[in-house]
Design a binder for this molecule. Sequence first.
Ligand SMILES: [Zn+2]
Ligand SMILES: [Zn+2]
Length: 167
Amino acid sequence: MKAVVYENFNLAPTVQTVPDPTPASHGVVIKVEASGVCRSDFSGWRGHDPVISLPHVPGHELAGIVAAVGRDVKNWRVGDRVTVPFVGGCGACRECYSGNQQVCDNQFQPGFTHWGSFAQLVEAHHADLNLVGIPDNMDFATAASLGCRFVTSFRAVVDQGRVGPGN
Ligand SMILES: [Zn+2]
Ligand SMILES: [Zn+2]
């Protein structure tokens, strides 16, 4: 596949041909149809996120079509339209059991802990826990905005600012 790769922090990324990802037993590979650009991608490229190892493919605001499915995945099939949250949970730690997968102790973050969506294909782990189906009437670019920028803004305004219905 083709991917945007940086070999070192603060150096210009290049488009390279790299091996296609294969799904983990609990994961899927997604054909990327849309990917946002986020300030967190910039912070990562600057070297400010210690989970990133080099060389690296950024990108975490993604939506696409399931292209390959791991053998233990029950709920998803090739061809499903999906997106993922910025932080994926493991489903097996204290935080995940408490319903707080966004602060999972073993989190999966495309574009940070693993290669991301500035690529033709991207992996997602623990697909039955983390994938979110996209309604037929929602385009991929809109869906790609939900997992990071929309939830961040929503929680800032509604939960922290207490502005909105019921507040
Ligand atoms: Zn983001
Ligand atoms: Zn977890």
